[in-house]
Design a protein around this ligand. Structure first.
Ligand SMILES: NC(=O)c1ccc[n+]([C@@H]2O[C@H](COP(=O)([O-])OP(=O)(O)OC[C@H]3O[C@@H](n4cnc5c(N)ncnc54)[C@H](OP(=O)(O)O)[C@@H]3O)[C@@H](O)[C@H]2O)c1
Length: 309
């Protein structure tokens, strides 16, 4: 356990941070968003030096793009698709369930749909070739599709199906789609890749171990991708949401301690509109998770999340 929050400092007094952290820990029934907010230390803005680095010093063009959003038929992807559509972009949403995609696209004239299963390597290569042929102006990719499964590591399926599915969907899938589209994106004057990770990339919700591991790995991949592409015309962003009211897990959209979806989308888009935007788009509710380890609150944060929905 983290020694800092259990032992007084050398003068025998608890520091302000120790007291705040202890208060956060004793609050009853802290759920994902609540824990995240409590750990962010209300009233005390995150240390500016711990805020993420900014993108290259130029605005991001948020209109006139051709935008692919995986998982764009539901939840966060749908919210982003709606915003990008309203800003005057051509938006293509893609996932496995065509009927769901078509129902969403029907609400936004001009929005296009394509089926895609990011777990299928050959299918992703075919998809990439087809989307580039149909939409040669494609220059923005949101790697947003994802799944979450509850896993008891002491009682796993014989074929480890949940573990495999989670890694294929949340990590291998977006990495293979990125690989397939990079040659095309490099030909455009300005391209953007936006990867959706999670606050749980930084502090695991221990009942979803593979999900958190995949998101942590996807965060790390995103950092390397940004670094390797720094001399190209492709910019790389990361969205790391806190708990948001979607149906990622059945019933999650009704959890009162999760962030309402419209509020999450509005805050995220507001960060995108900054000049330049932060490379990590972090709403206030996720800062407590993002910086928990750096600020010596990691064990407290893991404990706080462990009883969450
Ligand atoms: N909501 C949260 O609290 C939260 C927090 C942190 C991060 N996130 C991340 O945000 C992203 C969006 O999640 P959400 O909350 O909006 O949940 P959601 O509504 O369930 O969205 C997930 C989307 O991914 C698509 N998808 C799943 N498997 C796929 C596959 N193999 N190939 C292609 N598409 C696939 C789904 O569509 P089909 O079923 O039609 O394929 C669905 O539209 C995910 O990456 C999630 O991990 C969410």
């Amino acid at each position: 356990m983290n020694k800092e929050r259990k032992e007084p400092d050398q003068k025998g007094a608890f520091s302000r941070r120790q007291i705040l952290t202890a208060a956060a820990l004793t609050a009853p029934a802290i759920a994902v968003l609540g824990a995240s907010a409590a750990l962010a230390q209300p009233g005390k803005p995150a240390n500016p030096q711990t805020r993420p680095q900014m993108a290259r010093n130029r605005p991001i063009r948020l209109t006139g793009n051709t935008v692919l959003i995986t998982g764009g038929g539901t939840g966060i992807g749908r919210g982003l698709a709606e915003q990008m559509h309203q800003l005057g972009n051509k938006v293509i949403i893609a996932s496995r369930r065509r009927a769901v995609l078509e129902a969403t696209a029907a609400e936004f004239p001009g929005m296009e749909v394509m089926t895609l299963d990011v777990r299928d390597p050959a299918g992703v290569r075919r998809f990439a070739a087809e989307i580039v042929e149909r939409y040669p102006d494609l220059n923005v990719v949101f790697n947003n599709a994802g799944i979450m499964r509850r896993e008891n590591l002491l009682d796993q399926q014989a074929d480890l199906a949940d573990m495999h599915d989670t890694i294929e969907t949340n990590l291998n899938g977006p990495m293979r789609l990125t690989a397939a589209l990079l040659p095309h994106l490099q030909t455009k004057p300005q391209s953007i890749i936006v990867n959706t990770t999670s606050g749980l990339a930084f502090v695991p919700l221990v009942t979803r171990p593979t999900y958190c591991a995949a998101k942590a790995a996807f965060h790390s991949y995103t950092v390397s991708l940004r670094y390797q592409l720094r001399k190209t015309r492709i910019e790389v962003f990361e969205i790391a949401p806190p708990g948001v009211q979607t149906e990622l897990m059945p019933g999650q959209s009704r959890q009162p301690n999760y962030m309402p979806l419209p509020e999450f989308i509005n805050q995220t888009m507001a960060q995108f509109r900054q000049t330049p935007p932060p490379v990590e788009l972090l709403v206030d509710g996720v800062l407590g998770l993002r910086y928990a380890e750096r600020e010596g609150r990691f064990d407290a944060a893991v404990d706080s999340l462990s009883g969450a929905f």
